[in-house]
Ligand binder design. Structure first.
Ligand code: PGA
Length: 244
C-alpha cells in the first residue's frame, strides 16, 4: 500500500505563507511512492491548491455537519468540496479537547463528509491517564464505535491514531506502541474493510521511517514538522523509502 503522508498545518500559514511553502517544497521522491495530503487553514486552501507543484490532495481541518445555515464561523462539507478540498479531518484531538467536540458530533461530521463526497480522516487517540490506567483498547473501541456506523458503504475513508500525549509534545509512540494501537483500531473497524490507518504525534524525519514500517501503520499525520517544506519533504522521503 502506498504510504500516506499528511500535513496538518493547524492555525499556521496564511495564503502568502502557503504560497511560499510550495515554492520551496521539493521532495526528492515524486514517483508516486507516497500520497501527499495537506490540511491548510480554510482561508489558505485556495492559495495552497493554486501554488502546489507536486501531485497532492487537499483537505480541510474541520467541517460542520449541516450543509448550510445560521452557523456563524463554520464551514460545511459541501463548501469545502466546492473550494477544492477532497478530504476532511474529523475529530482531531484539538477539536475534541480544546473545543469540546463529542463522539456524537464526530459521528455527525463523518456522515456529512461522506454525503458531500469528502474522504473522512477520523482521528482517535487516548489521553495519557487513560493509557496509564490500561484503558487504551476501551477508549479506541469507543471512539471508533461512535462513527463506524456512518462509514458503512463509504468507498474511501481513513483513521488517524494520534495518542493525545504525543501531539505537539516531542513524545512519540514507539513503532510497537503504534502497531498495538493500530491493530485495535483495525479490529474495531471490523467489517468496514482495510482502510489506511495513519499514525500522528510528534512525527519527524528521524522517526517517520520506523513508524511507517510497523505493522498496520499506513502513513503519518504530521503537525509541527509539516510546516517547514524541507523538513516535511524529508518525512515524505523517509516514508517513501520505508514503503518501497
Ligand atoms: P504534531 O501534531 O506532529 O505537532 O505532534 C500532530 C497532529 O496534531 O496531527
Amino acid at each position: 500500500m502506498v504510504k500516506v503522508v499528511a500535513g496538518n498545518w493547524k492555525m499556521h500559514h496564511g495564503p502568502d505563507a502557503a504560497g511560499r511553502f510550495f515554492s520551496r517544497f521539493r521532495p526528492e521522491e515524486e514517483d508516486g511512492s507516497v500520497r501527499l495530503v495537506f490540511f491548510p487553514p480554510d482561508l489558505s486552501l485556495g492559495a495552497a491548491i493554486a501554488s502546489a507543484r507536486v501531485p497532492a490532495d487537499f483537505g480541510v481541518q474541520n467541517i460542520h455537519w449541516e450543509p448550510a445555515g445560521a452557523r456563524t464561523g463554520e464551514t460545511s462539507a459541501e463548501m469545502a468540496r466546492e473550494a477544492g478540498a477532497t478530504l476532511a479531518l474529523i475529530g482531531h484531538s484539538e477539536r475534541r479537547h480544546i473545543f469540546g467536540e463529542t463522539d456524537a458530533e464526530v459521528d455527525r461530521k463523518v456522515g456529512a463528509a461522506a454525503r458531500a463526497g469528502l474522504v473522512p480522516i477520523v482521528c482517535v487517540g487516548e489521553l495519557l491517564e487513560e493509557r496509564r490506567a490500561g484503558r487504551l483498547e476501551e477508549v479506541l473501541r469507543r471512539q471508533v464505535g461512535a462513527f463506524a456506523g456512518s462509514l458503512a458503504g463509504v468507498a474511501e475513508f481513513m483513521v488517524a491514531y494520534e495518542p493525545v500525549w504525543a501531539i505537539g509534545t516531542g513524545e512519540t509512540a514507539t513503532p510497537d506502541d503504534a502497531a498495538e494501537a493500530h491493530g485495535i483500531v483495525r479490529n474495531a473497524l471490523g467489517a468496514l474493510g482495510r482502510a489506511p490507518v495513519l499514525y500522528g504525534g510528534s512525527v519527524k524525519p528521524g522517526n517517520a521511517g520506523a513508524l511507517v514500517s510497523a505493522p498496520d501503520v499506513d502513513g503519518v499525520l504530521v503537525g509541527g514538522a509539516s510546516l517547514d517544506p524541507d523538513v516535511f519533504a524529508r518525512i515524505a522521503e523517509a516514508c517513501g523509502s520505508a514503503g518501497s
